[in-house]
Design a protein around this ligand. Structure first.
Ligand code: KIV
Length: 277
């Protein structure tokens, strides 16, 4: 663990998350992609910051998470870790391993997980998939790198599904998902994100596993919840899925502020004497 974090104490660790599950304390997790936001979210007491490959959508404007590269993920992760260190140092930082950085071979996955951990001192990596990546999860955790799993709707497989609809509604897929969760736990994963699955299934997974289950569109019975920061802040006017609770309308706030600025510049009322040297 980073020494500055150790000195600041209270840093959220994999052990702490396990204790939270055992004590029935809910885990809060949000995505973050930059230094400034990471500072605010750490200050707000968010337990886990996910440097999500959703940066591909909300930061870079791609239609899927597939194009983002490992170098781009490391760039975002460095900024987020820097933001957490600049504040209380409390939040755990988990970085998504991007599409095709861990699927080719266990060796390459390990090399890339190590690269992510070494280059920006985050706490853990997150991988999408169940039994197919179990060996890889084991290989990465065996060398001491904590792995968070991700099941249900897995955005890196969106071309296989063909849609963002709710996953595991049929019994067979639900049974497979529960089995996959158990396999990931056995392989050494310290927590699992379950995305867009029926609440009853998420509750069963949560009850059946000893590691924390973090839901997104998976109901209230999970051990914790994760959402994309841009969504809860209302930064994307076009995106309002049912599972997102919007806590602010920053789209309107920012547009209004920018319009006001443009107006002031055009009118010659900015800068004032007080705002000049
Ligand atoms: O990349 C991401 O933001 C995620 C969350 C939606 C869990 O994986």
């Amino acid at each position: 663990m980073n020494q500055s974090i150790q000195q600041k104490g209270a840093h959220v660790t994999t052990r702490r998350l396990l204790d939270m599950k055992q004590n029935g304390e809910k885990i809060s997790m949000l995505t973050a992609y930059d230094y400034t936001m990471a500072r605010i979210l750490d200050r707000a007491g968010v337990d886990v910051l996910l440097v999500g490959d959703s940066a591909s959508n909300v930061f870079s404007g791609h239609s899927t998470t597939l194009p983002i590269t490992i170098e781009e993920m490391i760039y975002h992760a460095k900024a987020v870790v820097g933001g957490v260190h600049a504040e209380s140092g409390r939040a755990m930082v988990v970085t998504d391993m991007p599409f095709m950085s861990y699927q080719l071979s266990g060796e390459e996955a390990l090399r890339n997980a190590g690269k992510i951990m070494k280059e920006h001192e985050c706490d853990a990596v997150k991988l999408e998939g169940g039994r197919v990546i179990a060996e890889t999860v084991k290989r990465i955790t065996d060398v001491g790198i904590p792995v968070m799993g991700h099941l249900g709707l897995m955005p890196q497989s969106i071309y296989k599904y063909g849609s963002y609809r709710v996953r595991a509604q049929e019994e067979k897929e639900a049974e497979e998902l529960l089995e996959d969760a158990k396999i990931l736990e056995q392989a050494g994963a310290f927590a699992i994100v379950v995305e867009k699955i029926p609440s009853s299934l998420a509750a069963e997974v949560t009850r059946s596993l000893t590691i924390p289950i973090i839901g997104i569109g998976a109901g209230v019975e999970c051990d914790g919840q994760v959402l994309v920061i841009n969504d809860i802040l209302g930064l994307n006017r076009e995106f309002h899925p049912r599972f997102v609770r919007q806590y602010a309308d920053l789209n309107t706030v920012i547009e209004h502020a920018a319009k006001q600025y443009v107006e002031d510049v055009r009118q010659g009322t900015f800068p004032s004497v007080d705002e000049s040297y």
